[in-house]
Each structure stands twice: as structure tokens, then as C-alpha cells.
Design a protein around this ligand. Structure first.
Ligand SMILES: Nc1ncnc2c1ncn2[C@@H]1O[C@H](COP(=O)(O)OP(=O)(O)OP(=O)(O)O)[C@@H](O)[C@H]1O
Length: 336
């Protein structure tokens, strides 16, 4: 029996992790973070941000240019095959040998892991059932739908009972039903494993992750709990559904725009997008806004806070980062 792991054991730890490719592309710059057991980390960032590079460094598929990555407290290197055995990896768009069936493929992978014959059979059977591929277990992979292919990839990544799962865009290209079944599978697995999921889908991240790391142009611009990410966003962002004649609404809009506490007021049809300053308690500003609407005989049908969604948090973070980058550019230009 395996010795019980101390609770404090970190699953992943990186320090100043940096990757510069041979073409001098700085794909990852100085990323330091640590991932505790039981985390479900959503790795976010626009295209080319460095997500896959980060994952491949943790997997030991790339050698860092500087810094280090540890997995289960051991330094990961391209030679650390024993460490990789504890990780179940799914790349974006996994490919399989087309001539095989799920049974022959999974059996092949199990043999690569050195699993004895008597263990292979029950393990394969339970995995195929778990990913709902039993009716297709003898069919050629060549004819699989993207959803079936994704489920086979999940089964393959679980063969060796890994403690850490690293899945690069697991819901990419899946239809609604396949995506739903993938998210449910992730939630089930999250009860006993640590997961790192790279994703462009913030709704998925919101649903299954408890931590987030955000990369932008190779920089780790956020790492922490999802709650923390959401807590960072401008809370004073609201959407108001209005009713009343258009003239009155336009007049009210004019007054709102002139208020110094209102940093943005955009009207689309009868929906008003409002951003307020953080300087004053929002109830005080909202009270004034309601008064303006009342004075102009505009009815408020619904008020929504856009503040608590991961997507909004992410977009705000990116916006702040872009303006910081712009400021840096201006400073550089000024200094030149
Ligand atoms: N093998 C490589 N050689 C040279 N440059 C590379 C290599 N792999 C990635 N890059 C570059 O490094 C940067 C980060 O790429 P990476 O694939 O890690 O980003 P990503 O966040 O995973 O992007 P995506 O969301 O599009 O998959 C990009 O500018 C990319 O062009």
C-alpha cells in the first residue's frame, strides 16, 4: 500500500519558470506558482499566451530556459519518466491510431505502462464504462465523433491511475451534449484528483475550477482562487433594463453621463451598461441613478451586477494588463 501523502505536499510548484524557444520567442516569462492537492486549476489566456508551453514544462516535455518546475516535490525534467507516470495528460485535439478500437488502443497504452494482463482487463472494462464508450468499445476509432474521441482520450489519460491530470482544452470542439458529459466527468474526477485544465471557455472554468492562473504574452498576470479573481474585478459594473419613451431615456442618459461617479454609460436599445467609480459606496451612486431615472419618468425593469462572473473578471484583468502595457510603451517612448 502506498504511504499516506502529507496534506502539505504540493502537486506542482514552479519558480521563475521561463521558456525561450530557439527562435527567441519568450513563450513563458518568470512564472512562479504552487498548486495544492485537490485544486482544479483553470489555465487561462489568449492565443499564444504560453499556456501549452507552461503545461509542457510541467510535463517535462520541454526543458526550462530558466527556473524550475517540481511535480510531487521532485524536479521535473525530460528524463523524469517516473514522475510523468503520475500525470494523465491530454493534448489539444488528441489523435489516435485510426486502425484501432478503444479496447485495442487502451490495452496498448496499459501494456506501455507495464500493467500485468490480469489487471489490464478489469481496468479497461471499468474505464470504458466510466467514459460511456461501452457500446463503441469494439468500433474503429477512425469513425469516432469528436465527443467519443475526447472520452477515449480521458480513458487513456486515466489508465495509470494518475494523481494529477493535465488536460489542454478538454472541451474544445465538443457539441453541447459532449461538453456537458465532459464537465460532469471533470467534476467527478475532481473529488479525488488534482486537475490543471487549459481553456478558452470561461463558463466551463467557472463551473468546474476552484483556482485560476492567467497568462498573457508569457507573463503570469494572475494566480489564485477563482473567488479571488472574481473579487478583483470592478464590482461597479451594472446592466439596467429600462422602460419608458425613448426621449425620456435619452434625457436620463445625458444626466447620468454628466455624473462624475459614472465612468461609462452606454445605451443599447433599452439596455443601459453602466460602470461606476470605486471611490464612493455603490449604494450612494445607485440611489442617485434611481433618482435620475425617476425624475425622467423612466422605469427600471431589472438591474444586474456584471461583477461576479469569471468571464467579466478575466476581461477586466486583460483590459487592465493591456492599459498597463500601453502605459509602459508610453513611458518607454517618453524616456527615449
Ligand atoms: N516549439 C516552438 N517554437 C517556437 N515558438 C513556439 C513554439 N511553441 C510555441 N511557440 C510560441 O510561443 C508562444 C506561446 O505559445 P503556446 O502554444 O504556449 O501558447 P498558448 O497559450 O497555448 O496558445 P493557444 O491558446 O493558441 O494554444 C507563441 O508565440 C507561440 O508561437
Amino acid at each position: 500500500m502506498a504511504a499516506a501523502k502529507p496534506d502539505s505536499e504540493l502537486v506542482v510548484e514552479t519558480s521563475h519558470l521561463t521558456k525561450i524557444y530557439q527562435n527567441r520567442q519568450i513563450a513563458l516569462n518568470d512564472a512562479t506558482l504552487s498548486i495544492e492537492p485537490g485544486s482544479v486549476l483553470g489555465l487561462l489566456g489568449p492565443n499564444g499566451a504560453g499556456k501549452t508551453t507552461f503545461l509542457r514544462l510541467i510535463l517535462g516535455l520541454h526543458r526550462p530556459t530558466a527556473g524550475w518546475a517540481k511535480v510531487f516535490n521532485k524536479t521535473m525534467t525530460p528524463n523524469a519518466a517516473d514522475l510523468r507516470r503520475r500525470i494523465g495528460y491530454i493534448p489539444t485535439n488528441p489523435q489516435f491510431p485510426k486502425g484501432m478500437t478503444p479496447i485495442t488502443y487502451l490495452d496498448y497504452i496499459a501494456r506501455l505502462f507495464g500493467m500485468p494482463r490480469d489487471e489490464r482487463k478489469p481496468r479497461l472494462a471499468s474505464l470504458i464504462r466510466a467514459v460511456d464508450l461501452l457500446p463503441h468499445s469494439g468500433e474503429s476509432i477512425a469513425h469516432f465523433t469528436p465527443g467519443q474521441t475526447a472520452r477515449l482520450a480521458v480513458a487513456a489519460s486515466l489508465i495509470n491511475e494518475p494523481d494529477l491530470l493535465i488536460w489542454d482544452e478538454p472541451t474544445h470542439g465538443l457539441d453541447i451534449e459532449a461538453r456537458r458529459s465532459m464537465l460532469e466527468l471533470i467534476k467527478t474526477l475532481a473529488a479525488e484528483k488534482t486537475l490543471i485544465l487549459s481553456s478558452h471557455n470561461l463558463t466551463d472554468v467557472d463551473e468546474v475550477c476552484n483556482h485560476a492562473a492567467v497568462l498573457n504574452k508569457g507573463q503570469l498576470i494572475f494566480f489564485g482562487s477563482l473567488q479571488e479573481l472574481k473579487g478583483r474585478i470592478r464590482k461597479n459594473h451594472y446592466e439596467l433594463d429600462l422602460d419608458g419613451d425613448q426621449k425620456s431615456i435619452t434625457k436620463a442618459l445625458g444626466v447620468l453621463k454628466s455624473m462624475k461617479e459614472v465612468t461609462q454609460a452606454v445605451l443599447r436599445q433599452r439596455r443601459l451598461d453602466l460602470k461606476l467609480t470605486d471611490d464612493v459606496p455603490n449604494t450612494a451612486i445607485l440611489a442617485q441613478i434611481f433618482q435620475v431615472l425617476f425624475d425622467n419618468k423612466v422605469t427600471l425593469i431589472c438591474l444586474r451586477s456584471l461583477g461576479m462572473q469569471t468571464e467579466q473578471a478575466y476581461l477586466d484583468l486583460m483590459e487592465q494588463e493591456e492599459s498597463r502595457g500601453f502605459t509602459r510603451l508610453v513611458q518607454l517612448a517618453d524616456a527615449a
